[in-house]
Design a protein around this ligand. Structure first.
Ligand code: FAD
Length: 402
């Protein structure tokens, strides 16, 4: 009998961890492993706000997949997944097709505009390395044009960020770092450049306690970030966001939407049953009714039995799911019972620029300031360790002192 073929879609956090664990748990004689990803590199999705601001270069936030996955053991295919045909156990790629016995869908997120008029056409998104790079380049281009006298309207220097969640706040924190440097480089007074965060809710960062949120707001305001809360965006035009009942225009030369994400559109293109854009998986991480398909990371909802609500989609969750998916695939191949996924929440830390942050760790310990910034770097390095081992930490790690 030929050996089973395991196909992993996506080399993000969930896909890389699944693949690496499969290679440790199953011998080459036991299973063939195929990893399919759009690019030949992995990027750190959790660092994209830094690339978008220009505080990190794209190359600092990515590495070659073949650096952490042995191409002699895993067949690497660099191509774009178009859809999965689960009745035929076949994945359609842009340039070929691949069959599978076991499938892991780990294709990550795309930005969700919630249908806000003009958002798709006029706003930048922090979605992958190229979209993030585009934002940093656009911001600098605005500075260069202003400095050269090609644009004269001060408001075109404004950077307007929609969404006061994790990504939006971490992004304005990085902008507060880079803007003074760009002002110096292009000889533009700092007070000419406004960084404006726009949020529909009465507060930002809803996942943190009020005291940490007010610390974050005070710190960012002291660095020149302006907040417009309770300001629902009804439209995005070429000029900026339209907010509130009186249709006020918040003008900017760089307009970025960070207000939401959803599962990869391949899920819908494949005819999978979706709840708010993702697959509601069973406790063992399989798609309901499917023996051999696992859906991980930002493509799925995993129920937290204690709260009756799904876990928030995070890199931390995605990496932990990858370990369990690999174990469960091994169990299926060996005809053993599968185990349920249990999330081990190690807490959440948000950066507020390079040397500041807020966080909740180890069930209730609160951190703010430099301690949180240091913890954030530990978290980022730990993630690198989980997806690529110690060599990757040495190559890409954030352990350098600030
Ligand atoms: P990803 O890591 O996004 O990987 C998806 C992979 O699939 C990518 O390699 C992509 O190229 C590939 N792919 C996509 N479409 C296709 C296709 N059609 N064909 C082939 N390949 C494809 N989480 C935290 O836990 N902590 C944080 O501090 C944090 N900060 C964040 C900051 C930002 C700016 C953002 C955007 C997210 C942050 N998150 C954070 C959330 C976290 O990044 C995601 O939850 C996590 O990336 C999900 O992992 P994943 O494996 O599902 O997808």
């Amino acid at each position: 009998m030929s050996k089973p073929k395991i196909v992993v879609l996506g080399a993000g956090y969930a896909g890389l961890v699944t693949t690496r664990h499969l290679t440790k748990k199953l011998s080459a004689e036991e299973a063939e492993i195929v990893l399919i990803n759009k690019h030949n590199y992995h990027y750190e999705s959790t660092w994209l706000h830094e690339v978008a601001a220009g505080t990190k270069t794209p190359n600092q936030a990515r590495f070659m997949i073949s650096d952490v996955v042995n191409p002699n053991r895993v067949r690497l295919i660099y191509d774009t997944v178009v859809k999965v045909n689960k009745d035929e156990k076949r994945v359609v790629l842009e340039n070929s097709e691949v069959t599978y016995d076991y499938l892991v869908v780990a294709l990550g997120f795309v930005t969700n505009t919630f249908g806000i008029k003009g958002m798709e056409e006029n706003a930048f998104f922090i979605q992958d390395i190229d979209s993030a790079r585009l934002i940093a380049e656009h911001i600098e281009y605005q500075f260069a044009k202003y400095s050269a006298g090609e644009i004269t309207d001060d408001e075109l220097l404004n950077i307007v960020v929609g969404g006061g969640g994790f990504t939006g706040i971490e992004f304005v924190g990085e902008l507060a770092e880079i803007v003074p440097k760009l002002c110096k480089k292009y000889d533009i007074p700092r007070n000419k450049v406004r960084i404006i965060n726009v949020e529909a809710a009465p507060t930002v960062l809803p996942m943190f306690d009020k005291d940490l949120v007010s610390y974050a707001l005070q710190y960012l305001e002291s660095r020149g970030v302006e907040f417009r809360m309770s300001a629902a965006i009804s439209e995005c035009t070429k000029e900026g966001f339209i907010v509130g009942e009186d249709k006020e225009l918040i003008k900017g030369g760089t307009v970025v939407w960070t207000g939401g994400v959803t599962g990869n559109p391949v899920l819908g293109q494949s005819g999978f049953e979706l709840v708010k854009g993702k697959v509601n998986v069973d406790a063992d991480l399989r798609m309901p009714g499917e023996e051999n398909i696992f859906v991980l990371g930002d493509c799925s909802w995993v129920m937290n039995k204690e709260t009756g609500r799904p876990y928030a989609p995070t890199g931390q969750l995605a990496t932990q799911e990858g370990v369990v998916a690999a174990e469960n695939i091994k169990a299926l191949i060996h005809n053993e019972p599968l185990k349920d996924f249990v999330f081990d929440d190690k807490g959440t830390v948000a950066s507020l620029g390079v040397a500041n942050g807020i966080g909740n760790i180890l069930s209730g310990t609160k951190l703010q300031g430099k301690a949180a910034a240091a913890m954030k770097k530990v978290v980022d390095d730990r993630t690198l360790f989980l997806i690529g081992g110690p060599k990757l930490v040495l190559k890409k790690g954030k352990f350098r002192p600030f």
